[in-house]
Design a protein around this ligand. Structure first.
Ligand SMILES: Cc1cc2nc3c(=O)[nH]c(=O)nc-3n(C[C@H](O)[C@H](O)[C@H](O)COP(=O)(O)OP(=O)(O)OC[C@H]3O[C@@H](n4cnc5c(N)ncnc54)[C@H](O)[C@@H]3O)c2cc1C
Length: 448
């Protein structure tokens, strides 16, 4: 009975914390979720931009069909229907320098015959160029994408580099080759079905956050906003207490904690915890305009300042990853610069530049360099009732929605497995040895 009434405290209402909470609640555990802010979603949420007069996402987020954990999470919170995307894996590109346009179309199945078809692959490339990427599989842990792949080939500039920068939020010269190989293995390596692009139809919060909160409330979980965890008190081998501004919460003998806060916060709360300590910025520009119906849902930009442009209902929205070169430039300058590429890609007038919101996330994700990957901690800690979750935890993936959700699921499953083992142990304690049955003393073995 103790196991049933024990609580799991989840601190941090980003996708890692939400995924853990949703998984635990679905398994019938008593969940209490604490979020420091007034909204959940962390680095993946939408809000009303009063100046633009519409809701914006903090940053454009793209999912792929191969993001199994993310899709499972959305199925769990009944939000799969809030995604939209083409039926097949189609990636339209424009080269701003040459004006060339093409659409990358990996075929559905696992055998990549698309690389042999000039109409499906990148112009100026050959099938053998793609096979050269297999060198990533044998890359040393310290190798970077820029070192392993031939940077002089058009394929590097027109495909591998933009994919690596988008997925790892790290320039190819610094990005871990092994991690990029892992991403390719879960997407292009599994065929076009795993590359099908998916984006939220209305907004990030409408897809990833609001349905999760509704689901948690339906399950009877407690969700507290404005709950900033200040400190943890530790016993010899357990977390004993959570210290919030509003007061402290003592953990019962069977209570557990999943700490799903960003890496620097976790490092402040947990003694001697090493975490990635170099970050990479992302810049987004949201242009308020009415895009033409039927124009592409997104376009990859080569050789420009913008990298990916997304069509939304009331705006065209630009993402620049690993945006160190832009993060200190004035918003007005970025607005002009990025609109030039948007106008080109969506065949719009380059003047006047529509009203825009420039969002600079300086610490968008950790830098996915080989050195930083070595600093990623495991979910388990030396405290038996404390698990870590978050995109920085060792998931084998870069800091992404998929990584964050996978970490939350993994922490939840570890707790459930421990709980099952503990219950089994108790069940063994309460199970009735044959001999006892025979001699009629079974009750003596039943625990209170
Ligand atoms: C601009 C941008 C664009 C991105 N684009 C993509 C993309 O296209 N595809 C993709 O897959 N990923 C993308 N990502 C990455 C993705 O958003 C993150 O990897 C993911 O959201 C991280 O989730 P998390 O739960 O690990 O951390 P967070 O989202 O940081 O959540 C942590 C939560 O903990 C809370 N918290 C902090 N301190 C405390 C405390 N002391 N007490 C209580 N609560 C606390 C925070 O308020 C926050 O809500 C992007 C990120 C950014 C910033």
């Amino acid at each position: 009975m103790r196991g049933m009434s024990s609580a799991v405290h989840v601190v941090g209402g980003g996708l890692a914390g939400l995924a853990a909470a949703v998984e635990l609640a679905a398994a019938g555990r008593r969940v209490k979720l604490y979020e420091a802010g007034r909204h959940a979603g962390g680095r993946c949420r939408s809000y009303l931009d009063a100046e633009l007069g519409c809701r914006v996402d903090n940053g454009n987020h793209l999912l792929l069909g191969g993001n199994k954990a993310a899709l499972r999470y959305l199925a769990r919170i009944d939000a799969l229907g809030t995604l939209e995307g083409p039926r097949e894996a189609v990636f339209p590109f424009i080269d701003i320098g040459t004006g060339e346009r093409w659409t990358l179309r990996p075929n559905r199945g696992v055998v990549p015959w698309w690389i042999a078809n000039a109409k499906r692959r990148v112009p100026g490339t050959r099938a053998t160029h793609y096979l050269a990427a297999l060198a990533l599989r044998r890359a040393e842990p310290s190798a970077t994408v820029g070192k392993v792949l031939d940077q002089h080939r058009p394929l590097f500039r027109r495909l591998w580099e933009p994919l690596a920068v988008a997925a790892l939020n790290t320039g190819a010269e610094a990005a871990s080759a092994q991690l990029f190989w892992r991403v390719l293995g879960e997407t292009l390596g599994r065929g076009g079905a795993a590359c099908r692009p998916l984006v939220p139809r209305d907004g990030l919060s409408e897809t990833f956050v609001d349905p999760a909160l509704a689901h948690l409330r339906e399950q009877g979980s407690e969700v507290r906003f404005g709950a900033l965890l200040r400190a943890l008190s530790f016993g010899t081998d357990r977390v004993a207490e959570l210290v919030f501004d509003s007061g402290s919460i003592e953990l019962g003998r069977d209570d557990s904690l999943i700490l799903a806060v960003p890496a620097p916060v976790a490092a402040r709360l947990v003694p001697a915890l090493a975490v990635p300590d170099a970050y990479s910025p992302i810049v987004n520009a949201h242009f308020r305009c009415t895009p033409q119906a039927g124009s592409p849902l997104f376009v990859g930009v080569i050789g420009g300042s913008a990298e990916w442009i997304f069509r939304k209902r009331e705006m065209l929205s630009v993402t620049v990853s690993a945006a160190d070169r832009f993060v200190d430039r004035p918003a007005q300058e970025l607005r002009q610069l990025l609109w030039f590429d948007v106008a080109e890609a969506y065949r719009l007038p380059s003047y006047p530049v529509p009203p825009a919101r420039i969002v600079k996330e300086r610490r968008a994700t950790f830098l996915a360099s080989p050195e930083q990957l070595w600093r990623r901690p495991r979910s388990q800690t030396r405290w038996e009732n404390l698990l870590l979750a978050g995109d920085y935890v060792e998931t084998g993936l870069p800091a992404t929605i998929e990584g964050a959700i996978r970490s939350g699921f993994a922490a939840a499953r570890q707790l459930l497995a421990r709980h099952d083992t503990a219950s089994e142990r108790r069940a063994v304690d309460v199970s009735v040895p044959e001999s006892s049955c025979r001699n009629g003393k079974a009750q003596q073995h039943v625990l209170p």
